[in-house]
Design a protein around this ligand. Structure first.
Ligand SMILES: [Zn+2]
Ligand SMILES: [Zn+2]
Length: 169
């Protein structure tokens, strides 16, 4: 990914994805990229500014169950950088073993997971990368809770055969 070189510089570049120009600017500490989120049914839409370096895979057991998948991909950003454009959000409050409570936000119509944040005095929001239109150019930069990772999820390129579409059931 090409980078802006100086502070507050606004730079457009053609991304690896052929359908979108991305605007990147450098704030004091980080690269900022504007992203557009949407749930599956389309009622919830939001816009946010993120740092593409903060895309993370989480292998924790809660993420596996809440997504129904092997792991979750999220990007952390400050709540003040997020703007809800349409729709209504429902929340589920998850209690960790440590006792920490965390808000899990989802679309009440289609159930798409949207983001998570602390229950009290939240400042940081973990946006679910699968809902972002720009997800193809947001590769994860780190993995957390690897001790509960599914061993088969480490390298799915080994899973064969591969079909372009649905394939045989
Ligand atoms: Zn929805
Ligand atoms: Zn997790």
């Amino acid at each position: 990914m090409q980078r802006a070189q100086s502070k507050n510089e606004v730079q457009s570049y053609f991304s690896a994805s052929p359908w979108r120009w991305i605007q990147v600017r450098l704030s004091d500490q980080e690269v900022v990229m504007q992203v557009n989120g949407q749930c599956h049914c389309g009622q919830v839409r939001y816009r946010a500014e993120i740092d593409p370096e903060k895309v993370t895979i989480c292998h924790c057991v809660d993420c596996q169950i809440l997504t129904g998948c092997a792991y979750r991909v999220s990007v952390m950003t400050e709540i003040e950088n997020c703007e809800l454009l349409s729709g209504e959000i429902k929340i589920y409050i998850k209690k960790a073993d440590s006792g920490a409570k965390r808000v899990q936000a989802f679309c009440p119509h289609c159930g798409t997971p949207l983001y998570a944040e602390a229950l009290e005095n939240p400042k940081i929001r973990a946006l679910r990368v699968g809902c972002l239109a720009e997800r193809a150019i947001l590769p994860p930069r780190r993995q957390i809770w690897c001790r509960s990772a599914q061993p088969w999820a480490e390298n799915i390129s080994r899973v064969d055969p591969k079909f372009e579409g649905q394939g045989a059931v």
